[in-house]
Ligand binder design. Structure first.
Ligand code: UN1
Length: 513
C-alpha cells in the first residue's frame, strides 16, 4: 500500500481506523454498528465507520434544520465565497482524495483525480452562479403593477449517492445547494463510506474557519433504513438520489407520498450508433473507454454498440483487437487500464450476465472471466467482455454494472439504429459516430435519441459539469450539475406589486363593493 501513498492520503484526509459516521460539521458522533470498508484493489481493510442510528439521524436533522434558519440569510455571493474556499481545499487535497477514491472504489487513479477535478469544476461553476440566481420580470396586464419572480432557498436537501462516483455526485449537489442557501444531509453508499468521511472532513474545515452555522453540511452513514428515514421525512423538501432504477422507484414513491421533490439520477443503457460514415479510430477510442472505463461502472458507460452491417466486420475486428491491449490490474498503477469491480457481488452479476447472453442466443466475441493469482487477491478483477447480441435480449435490456459490451448489427438507414438505441427502458446517454451531417442531425432531432445526453463523435461517458446531467424514462428525469439545474434546489415565488391607489382585478373582473 505504502508504495501508492495510501497511508499518507488517509492521514491527510483525517481518516482513522474507526470513524464516526455521523457529522454535523463541528461534531462527529454515532452510536450505530461498525461498517468496515475493504478495498476492491487488494481486499484489505481500509478503515471502519460507526453507522448512524435513528436517534443520530434525528439529532442531525435538527441541527441541519436550525442551520438553515441562519444560512438562508447569508447573501448568495457570500455563500459563493464559502464554496470558493471549499474548491481551494479540494485543490489542496486533490491527490489524497483522488487516491482514496481509486483505492476505496477501484477506479483508475486518473479517473480518481478526474472525479476530484469534477468537484473543483462544479465549485467554480457554483461561485459564478451565486451572483446569477436570476428570476424573470413580467409585464403585468394591470396598470401600475409590477410582476417578477424570485428564487428562495428551500431548506434541507437530502443526498443519497452511489459507490461509482463516491465524491463528485455529492459535490454536484452540495455546491449548488449551498449557493442556493440550502443545507445538506448526505448518505453516501455503504460501499464507499470513507470517501464520505474524507469529504466531510474537508468541508468541516471551511465551516470552522468561517464560523458558519454547524449543520450546513451533514453526513450520515447507514443502509437503506436510513434512506427510508430521509425519504419519508417532511423536513427534507428535496431528495437527490443516484443509483439503480429499482432504488429510484422506491425513493420516488416515498417522496411523492408526502409531496416532496425528488431529483433522480438512475440507470443507463447507453449506446453508440456507428454509421457507415463513422471515423473508425475515433469510434474505437470512444467505445473502449466508454465500455471499460471505471470497469463499466458508470451510469454513462457504453453498454451497446449499434453498428451498420456494411462496416460491422471492420468495427468488430478493430474493437476485438483493441481489447487485447487492455491491461487489467491495480488501478493505482497508471500502466493499467481496468481496475476491479466494486465487490464480489458485482463479480457474480457480471458472470451471470455473460451466462445469460449466451443462453439467450448471443455469441461471445471477447471472452470474460474472473482473474485470480498475484495482484488479483481481492477476487474483484474481471476481464472486459464483448458479445454479439440482439437488442431485444432480456439481458441487453438490463443495465449490468460491469464491463460487458454488446455489439448489435443494424441495416438500412439511421432510423433503424435509432429504433434500437431508443428501444430500452433507460434514457441517460447516447452517441452517434458519423461524418454525415444528415445522420447527425437526424440523431439530434425530435425523432432522434430520446436520452438526456446525446453526443456526436464523442462516446457516451465523460460528461462535463457545465451541462445539465441526467436522463429520461427509467433514468428518472432529474438534471443536476450545470445549465439551470440549480433551480430544483430553490423554491420559486411569483410576486405582483401594485403601486397605485386602486385595486384592479386580473382578467378584467369587476367586483364593486
Ligand atoms: C455516474 O456514472 O453516476 O459522464 C456519473 C460521466 C461523468 C459522470 C457519471 N461525468 O461519465
Amino acid at each position: 500500500i505504502s508504495e501508492f501513498g495510501i497511508a499518507e492520503a488517509l492521514q491527510k484526509l483525517g481518516i482513522n481506523k474507526i470513524n464516526e459516521g455521523t457529522s454535523t460539521g463541528l461534531h462527529n458522533f454515532s452510536s450505530g454498528e461498525i461498517l468496515e470498508s475493504y478495498s476492491p484493489v487488494d481486499g484489505k481493510l481500509i478503515g471502519s465507520v460507526k453507522m448512524s442510528t435513528a436517534e443520530d439521524y434525528e439529532k442531525t436533522i435538527q441541527v441541519a434544520t436550525a442551520a438553515f434558519k441562519t444560512f438562508r440569510l447569508m447573501p448568495a455571493p457570500q455563500r459563493g465565497e464559502i464554496v470558493r474556499q471549499f474548491g481551494e481545499k479540494l485543490r489542496q487535497n486533490k491527490e489524497a482524495l483522488g487516491k482514496l477514491v481509486s483505492y476505496e472504489m477501484g477506479k483508475s487513479l486518473q479517473e480518481g483525480y478526474g472525479e476530484v477535478q469534477e468537484m473543483i469544476d462544479i465549485c467554480d461553476f457554483a461561485v459564478g452562479l451565486s451572483r446569477q440566481l436570476h428570476g424573470l420580470t413580467m409585464h403585468s396586464e394591470r396598470p401600475g403593477h409590477r410582476m417578477y419572480e424570485q428564487y428562495h432557498p428551500m431548506g434541507v436537501v437530502g443526498i443519497i449517492s452511489a459507490f461509482n462516483f463516491p465524491v463528485a455526485v455529492w459535490a454536484w449537489n452540495t455546491a449548488l445547494a449551498w449557493i442556493c442557501g440550502d443545507v445538506c444531509v448526505w448518505k453516501p453508499s455503504e460501499k464507499t463510506p470513507l470517501c464520505g468521511i474524507a469529504c466531510q472532513n474537508i468541508i468541516a474545515e471551511v465551516i470552522e474557519e468561517n464560523n458558519l452555522p454547524e449543520g450546513i453540511s451533514c453526513l450520515i452513514n447507514g443502509d437503506y433504513k436510513l434512506g427510508e428515514l430521509m425519504t419519508s421525512d417532511a423536513r427534507i423538501p428535496l431528495i437527490s438520489a443516484t443509483g439503480s432504477t429499482r432504488m429510484g422507484k422506491i425513493v420516488a414513491q416515498a417522496v411523492a407520498a408526502r409531496l416532496g421533490k425528488s431529483l433522480l439520477e438512475l440507470g443507463g443503457n447507453n449506446a453508440i450508433i456507428v454509421t457507415p460514415d463513422a471515423d473508425i479510430n475515433m469510434t474505437i477510442i470512444g467505445a473502449v473507454f466508454g465500455a471499460v472505463g471505471t470497469a463499466g461502472q458508470r451510469c454513462t458507460s457504453t453498454r451497446r454498440l449499434i453498428i451498420h452491417e456494411s462496416i460491422f466486420e471492420k468495427v468488430k475486428d478493430a474493437i476485438v483487437s483493441a481489447y487485447k491491449q487492455l491491461k487489467i490490474g491495480n488501478p493505482l498503477d497508471e500502466n493499467n487500464h481496468v481496475g476491479p469491480l466494486i465487490d464480489k457481488e458485482a463479480v457474480i452479476m457480471y458472470a451471470a450476465a455473460l451466462d445469460k447472453v449466451v443462453a439467450q442466443g448471443g455469441t461471445i466475441l471477447v471472452e470474460g472471466g474472473v482473474l485470480s493469482g498475484e495482484g488479483y487477491e481481492s477476487g474483484c478483477y474481471v476481464k472486459p467482455a464483448i458479445a454479439l447480441a440482439q437488442n431485444s435480449f432480456e439481458i441487453v435490456q438490463h443495465e449490468t454494472f460491469a464491463p460487458v459490451l454488446y455489439l448489435i448489427k443494424y441495416s438500412g438507414d439511421v432510423d433503424n439504429a435509432l429504433e434500437y438505441q431508443n428501444g430500452v427502458g433507460q434514457g441517460l446517454s447516447s452517441a452517434i459516430m458519423t461524418n454525415n451531417l444528415r445522420e447527425a442531425e437526424r440523431f439530434l432531432s425530435v425523432v432522434g435519441s430520446d436520452c438526456g445526453i446525446a453526443n456526436v463523435n464523442i462516446g457516451t461517458s465523460g460528461a462535463e459539469i457545465g451541462g445539465a446531467f441526467g436522463g429520461e424514462k427509467d433514468t428518472g428525469g432529474g438534471r443536476e450539475s450545470g445549465s439551470d439545474a440549480w433551480k430544483i434546489y430553490m423554491r420559486r415565488q411569483t410576486n405582483t406589486i401594485n403601486y397605485t391607489t386602486s385595486l384592479p382585478l386580473a382578467q378584467g373582473i369587476k367586483f364593486d363593493l
